[in-house]
Ligand binder design. Sequence first.
Ligand code: DQA
Length: 148
Amino acid sequence: MSDVIYVLNGPNLNLLGLREPEIYGSESLRDVESLCRISAEKEGFSSNFFQSNAESALIDFLHQARENAVAIVMNPAAYAHTSVAILDALKCFYGPVAEVHISNIYKRESFRQHSYISSYVDCVIVGCGIRGYQIAIECLIDKLRNSP
Ligand code: DQA
């Protein structure tokens, strides 16, 4: 069995650390990548980290996950609030899925308070900063270990 956890990041997260630091903090996406790698490797897993500003590239990566990943962490960024296509792509994957938002979307504009994927995924982590990715990886590994 593969031991790879896919970590996907949606639009504008390439600018993490530079973009609205009062909301998203000063750490970069590279920092998130290292945190994910360390969190997965500590438990004997590996991570495959990806960011795109394009919905179709994220969907193609989710399709790859069907063959290669045991679990998915996804911060869909703004696509959480708009994309049925990303929800449908996640539904093609049969392992556990965690949704992460760095900011607390429930404290922000009303259009951010609905996510198309939240009612489908196994866990949702919001407002914990980039530590949310680590929590997501730990939670998914627990689920993998405790699933029959
Ligand atoms: C975000 C929240 C989204 O509403 C926003 O569009 C993002 C980042 C977060 O991580 O807090 O780009 O997903």
